[in-house]
Design a protein around this ligand. Sequence first.
Ligand SMILES: Cc1cc2nc3c(=O)[nH]c(=O)nc-3n(C[C@H](O)[C@H](O)[C@H](O)COP(=O)(O)OP(=O)(O)OC[C@H]3O[C@@H](n4cnc5c(N)ncnc54)[C@H](O)[C@@H]3O)c2cc1C
Length: 444
Amino acid sequence: MNEAMERVNVVGGGLAGCEAAWQLARRGVPVDLYEMRPVTRTAAHTTGHLAELVCSNSFRSQSLTTGAGLLKEEMRRMGSLIVTLGEAHQVPAGSALAVDRVRFAEAVSERVSSLPGLRLIRRELDAVPPGPTIIATGPLTADSLSERLRELLGAEHLYYYDAISPVLTAESVDSSVAFRASRYDEKPGDYLNLPLTRDEYYRLVDAVVAAEKVPVRSFERFFEGCLPVEEMARRGRETLAFGPMRPTGLVDPASGQRPYAVVQLRQENREGTLYNLVGFQTKMTYPEQKRVFSLIPGLANAVFVRYGSLHRNTFINAPRHLLPTLQWRGAPRLFFAGQITGVEGYIESAASGLLAGVNAARLAAGTTPVTPPATTALGSLLRYISDTGREAFQPMNVNFGLFPSLPGKVKGRRKKEIMAGRSLRDLDRWWLETGEGAAAAREA
Ligand SMILES: Cc1cc2nc3c(=O)[nH]c(=O)nc-3n(C[C@H](O)[C@H](O)[C@H](O)COP(=O)(O)OP(=O)(O)OC[C@H]3O[C@@H](n4cnc5c(N)ncnc54)[C@H](O)[C@@H]3O)c2cc1C
């Protein structure tokens, strides 16, 4: 540890904060890690452990042909603490990496709190501290700090809710059903529209109402302007046909008629490989979403890269505020990491903490921060959250739809295998070029 170096503040001892602190400390950078629990509690955490998992105990698939599996492999190659300790405390879960949540959190707490040069400070921070800092306070960031972040970023750039509509791959939509049009627009239009007859519409509405839902947590409530699709459907059988599924201004070229209702798909990424279902934020369980949405004409074989959700989540308007290095555009010594950046999920949060830690250490050592290539799982996710071309920003899991396309027409599993191979080759080359491969080998 280099005593002469300025201390880096890491605010939040969750998955992202612990991974960031580890990456800093193993590079000899002294760290002040602030964690408010157990002194101040959150609505979801129940212990004072660092890196407590608030819900499922799964870090998802280990297969390299899944976004989460590939991201974990990249993190392994970059020396991730969270993946290493997750594997050390895994429980049987088929092809997924699931962990004993108590042993895992105890192990992370023990390892992080004994890192040389690290001071663990059990206190709620109500402001961004001076000096180099990583904010990793997660989806349940304390109110006082949220208020300071609103002042710093602008009130309209800090959000408190995810209202995520399902996202699917463009290539899995039946192009013989979908037609391209924007309401009242004569030009080809920006939306893909899926027309429904009256019978198809009622069948869908009834299935939405009857589907199994995830229970609403006591600290969750919904805004009238952003209701779950099932709540709109429950209010009346025609509500959706006058709301997000209204057919006004749209004519189906196949019939020359205005459909009874439409499901509109809006482009999700710059490449046009992903689309979301407009207005279909939902608390239906994932299997039910797959079943119910396959009733929509054109989506019988849809491949969902993420399902809809609606839950409490503090996150910033990252495309407006973050560089792909996870530095705040307004001040390079301020980093954000974890779910607050708009990445979604345990592994994605830890991965962003890893890069924020690496980059804060590079800054401390007088070298330039880095970003993994866009062809890697982490690079594609960072490119998604920092893409200034994006208008409406919603959090995202890692998935192959975020990756740059391959030349030619490869599909399905083979496509993912090629993308995974490309990702790991590019990651290894990049990691070597940054010099981090050698640096990381020197344990703190
Ligand atoms: C109810 C709920 C259920 C979820 N279920 C899942 C799931 O099943 N699977 C999944 O992959 N993801 C799930 N998530 C998302 C999950 O929270 C994140 O994936 C992950 O925990 C985020 O990591 P993080 O490090 O960004 O935040 P966290 O792990 O939440 O860590 C942030 C830490 O910062 C601390 N903190 C907050 N404010 C301050 C402050 N002002 N000063 C000091 N410390 C502070 C908190 O106490 C916390 O320890 C869920 C989220 C919620 C809210």
